[in-house]
Design a protein around this ligand. Structure first.
Ligand code: MTE
Ligand code: MO
Length: 490
């Protein structure tokens, strides 16, 4: 940089992924992103762009093209490309660097995405984030092709996905298991689990008076239920040398008590990593699985095959797909997804007010609060009844004990029928489907007859009436009463 804040283009390639200070150009502006790399939600992929322009990458990773991201980048601004290196149109003139730099070929990691059902409602294409239309969430077990997809990055090709799991204990000791090792060595369990994205119903929270929240604007469909088969993580940890029983030798227990607090789940290349409390992982009643089957089929690429973690009753962000490594240690995962995502602040807090120590002090989401939603209102025909249907779910293995439904915006209530099902597991990890039939003459008539639902779990937790009190800028834990206005004629 000279005094004018102008940077010669020839300086930029020197600041590539191998340099101490790493630069990128966006348009004609230069940024030193060295100090940002660790916080980058996509992990180390960002290194590919260092020493050149970020623009061709953002054409592929189009989720970057929003104000929030531009604002982050702004903090790292160090100058602009010297006018002598711009063409007549004012764009960076790469030809000054010679042919080589001119020909950046970017391998589009999204070109191998799996095919998806056209019924899914796509929120972003690359990466694929797509939800089930609420009206199709009527079955207790969600059909595989309709199961919501939440990907932070591209879907790895089958041969890129880890084919075995490596367990690292806190003393650094490692042991690996192939899929056939897991199948041969340990007892197989099948558990019925509802996975709900932390941001499910975020678009509803965004309508609160406090205004929009940031993240994918899901409706009610970032949730689904499947039967997962695999082995209990606990059994594998035990085999790998971690003592999970009461009869652990005293010295090792004393040593480990100090530090063994969290279990980290890591996808290859740190493309995704989070952690759960160790006590959840080793609790035989918590049913944490290393799973390879989903609804009786090998877990497909979109849903994290060949092996994924399943953490029942916990926000789905902890059920790591394409799982390759598990490590036990003192600390939660240092990743962006554990430290900077999936944490709620008070309704007064704006994203810009949150300091590093606030993030550190905030609790990361694990078990999730009680939730319910209306999937369908099937209107009365002639003298028929109107049927209202939906789902209700609570985290932590808490079952649903009651679902209250209103046909007048929440003034008067009736109890829905809770459907019987065949959920498997040590505790209640699955949602409960419900429905209620309303005689025509008991429904208030109007252009906007408002049906409302709220559920109660077995700890008597219930949902807040509105989103005002639990509003948070990331739009997490959106679980206020669900409302659906439908015109009902007299
Ligand atoms: N695991 C990896 N490796 N990469 C991811 O992007 N997304 C997480 C979790 N596991 C994710 C992941 C999030 S936020 C959710 S909600 C669930 O996977 C979604 O699982 P699904 O796509 O099978 O519905
Ligand atoms: Mo999620």
């Amino acid at each position: 940089t000279d005094d004018s804040g102008k940077i010669r283009l020839s300086e930029v390639p020197k600041h590539n992924r191998d340099a101490v200070r790493k630069w990128v150009i966006r348009g004609t502006t230069v940024y030193d992103i060295t100090d940002f790399i660790e916080q980058h939600p996509g992990g180390e992929v960002i290194l590919r762009a260092c020493g050149g322009s970020i623009d061709p990458y953002w054409k592929i990773f189009s989720i970057h093209q929003k104000q929030e991201v531009y604002d982050i980048l702004k903090e790292f601004h160090i100058g602009d490309i010297d006018d002598r290196d711009l063409d007549d149109a004012g764009h960076v003139d790469w030809s000054v660097l010679g042919d080589e730099a001119n020909n950046i070929i970017i391998d589009d990691p999204f070109k191998h995405e799996p095919e998806r059902d056209p019924n899914l409602v796509v929120r972003t294409e690359k990466p694929c984030n797509a939800e089930t239309p609420g009206s199709l969430l009527t079955d207790f077990i969600t059909p595989l092709k309709l199961f919501f997809v939440r990907n932070h990055l591209w879907v790895p090709q089958t041969e890129e996905s880890p084919q075995s799991i490596t367990i690292e204990l806190s003393d650094g000791e490692e042991k690996s298991y192939s899929l056939s090792d897991l199948k041969a060595k340990f007892k197989e369990h099948t558990i019925t689990v509802t996975l709900q994205c932390s941001g499910n119903r975020r678009s509803h929270m965004s309508k609160a008076t406090l205004g929009p929240t940031s993240g994918l604007q899901w409706d009610i469909g970032a949730i689904g239920t499947a039967e997962f088969s695999g082995v209990k993580l606990r059994d594998v940890l035990k085999d790998a040398g971690y003592c999970v029983d009461e009869d652990c030798p005293a010295p090792s227990q004393a040593e480990t008590d100090e530090c063994d607090k969290h279990v980290q789940f890591i996808s290859p290349g740190d493309t995704y990593a989070v952690s759960i409390p160790l006590q959840t992982a080793v609790n035989p009643q918590a049913d944490v699985l290393l799973a390879w089957n989903m609804n009786g089929e090998p877990i497909n690429r979109d849903h994290g095959g060949p092996i994924r973690a399943i953490v029942p009753g916990t926000t789905a962000a902890r059920s790591v797909k394409w799982l390759g490594k598990i490590s036990i240690g003192c600390d939660e995962s240092p990743s962006q997804w554990q430290q900077r995502d999936y944490k709620c602040f008070g309704p007064n807090m704006k994203q810009t007010q949150v300091r590093a120590e606030d993030w550190e002090g905030a609790q990361s989401m694990q078990e999730t609060p009680v939730q319910s939603a209306i999937t369908n209102v099937v209107k009365a025909n002639g003298n028929n009844k109107t049927t209202v249907q939906g789902f209700a779910f609570s985290g932590g293995g808490r079952g649903i004990v009651r679902v209250d439904v209103s046909a007048d915006g929440g003034k008067t209530w009736k109890q829905a029928d809770l459907h019987r099902d065949r959920a498997k597991g040590s505790r209640r990890w699955a949602w409960t489907m419900w429905s209620i039939e309303w005689p025509k003459d008991e429904i208030s008539v109007g252009q906007q007859t408002e049906f409302v639902v709220k559920a109660v779990d077995d700890s008597y937790n219930t949902q807040p009436e509105t989103f005002e009190g639990t509003w948070n800028f990331r739009g997490l834990c959106a679980n206020a009463w669900d409302r659906k206005a439908v015109p009902i004629e007299a």
